[in-house]
Write a protein that binds this ligand. Structure first.
Ligand SMILES: Cc1ncc(COP(=O)(O)O)c(C=O)c1O
Length: 408
């Protein structure tokens, strides 16, 4: 019998019969790990010796001065191995795979960060690895594809549908149905059927645990607000979970794309375009048409370009525990540019959504207010998108010369 879980009306595990036993095995392994204190110790040990935990909480002195309002702190998930919070989830799931005695991992990826992190984990633990990635994302994130392949993963470009993240997830599930005995699906975010939302949020909760202890140590008080970008919702769940029981306002920032009124965005909770549905094995708010077909989404940040959202966050929208906003591509690029120039930090375009919203609000807050922005990843992977957006002529010449096979 399948064990499942709902968050308000969201969540569940809507599975084909053939996957039920595999999910039950995963639920059992996850519950056992969660109740075994040695699992978290082993996890923390891996993250502090192989990744870069605890990641620092950086005071953004120049941005604070620039806006003249709230004191701005940045949680530095970009300093994780492979450059994003994705490492927290994959290394934890890797430890579970070892416990389950499986030898192959598969994953979907949008921005490529989760794919690189999974391929790294597979190389480290000695698992075979296949990564599914929409053809459009392969094009947008070629450097990450290069690294996944060097790390020994097979990267399969998905040509179905709109050829982005949701299509990659569908293909990964198709693979899993045929290879359940030796394969674990390392889902990259707090979405999908139970236990994934809870399991990924649990592994990412290390961000919030650290951030809470760090801000108390540095400032001796809690922040007024915490900002995180929301794709599937894993980095947001990770940092928010440290403050759920505190009087702290939690702000999730979705991809506003070209603007919420244009329809070209990926905002399921902050826009009026999201509606409740069941797809990819779980119930949440999706961007879908009236026939329940998934709509096309758009964002400058591949990692936020997804039709669904964590069922846990959907329920927190309903309860009012988390406020949801959207930042447009233009606002995001401006926020990234300002952060680079003022602080010498290069946020991923996904993370820059959280910065953009915080920058709208910080000037209206008082110097007694503290805010924390989760920098979920570093922006090196976005060099092509950012350079195009800034219309840097020298960069364009360089790309053309490279393509022509130019050698000095
Ligand atoms: C750096 C970065 N931040 C955020 C996200 C969005 O994912 P999530 O909402 O699960 O944190 C991604 C997804 O690829 C990412 O690469």
């Amino acid at each position: 019998m399948i064990t499942t879980r709902y968050y308000g009306q969201f969540g569940g595990a809507y599975l084909p019969e053939i996957l039920v036993a595999t999910f039950d095995q995963l639920v059992t392994a996850f519950e056992a790990a969660k109740n075994d204190p040695t699992f978290w110790q082993e996890y923390q040990n891996v993250m502090s010796t192989y990744s870069c935990r605890p990641t620092p909480l950086t005071f953004a002195e120049n941005l604070t001065r620039h806006f003249g309002g709230a004191r701005i702190y940045i949680k530095r998930e970009d300093l994780n191995h492979t450059g994003a919070h994705k490492a927290n989830n994959v290394m934890g799931q890797g430890l579970l795979v070892k416990r389950m005695g499986k030898t192959r991992v598969i994953a979907e990826t949008g921005a490529g960060q989760h794919g690189v992190a999974t391929a790294t984990m597979a190389a480290r633990f000695g698992f075979r690895c296949t990564i599914y990635m929409g053809e459009v994302d392969v094009w947008r994130q070629r450097p990450n594809v290069f690294w996944m392949e060097r790390l020994g993963a097979r990267v399969i470009p998905v040509k179905e549908g709109t050829r982005i993240l949701k299509d990659a997830i569908n293909e990964a599930f198709r693979d899993w149905v045929s290879n359940m005995d030796d394969t674990h699906y390392v889902l990259g975010t707090a979405c999908g059927p139970h236990p994934y939302p809870e399991m990924v949020a649990y592994l990412q909760s290390i961000i919030g645990k650290e951030a809470r202890a760090q801000v108390l140590e540095i400032e001796g008080r809690l922040p007024t607000r915490v900002y995180a970008c929301v794709g599937g919702g894993s980095n947001a769940m990770g940092i928010f979970s440290g403050f759920f029981d505190d009087p702290v306002e939690l702000v999730g920032v979705e991809a506003g794309g070209d603007g919420l009124d244009t329809g070209r965005h990926a905002s399921r909770l902050a826009s009026r375009d999201g509606s409740i549905g069941v797809a990819q094995g779980y119930k949440t708010c999706f961007l879908q048409n009236t026939d329940g077909q998934m709509r096309e989404t758009h964002s400058v940040a591949a990692g936020l370009d997804y039709v669904g959202v964590s069922p846990i966050l959907a329920s927190m929208k309903e309860s009012g525990r988390v406020r949801f906003e959207a930042a447009t591509d233009k606002e995001v690029l401006e926020a990234a540019a300002l952060t680079i120039r003022k602080e010498g930090l290069i946020p991923a375009l996904e993370s820059a959504h959280a910065f953009a919203q915080a920058f709208k609000e910080a000037p209206n807050m008082s110097s007694d207010d503290l805010i924390i922005i989760n920098q979920s990843g570093r922006g090196d992977k976005d060099i092509f998108t950012i350079a195009d957006a800034f219309e840097d002529p020298e960069w364009r010449k360089f790309i053309i010369k490279k393509a022509e096979g130019y050698r000095a």
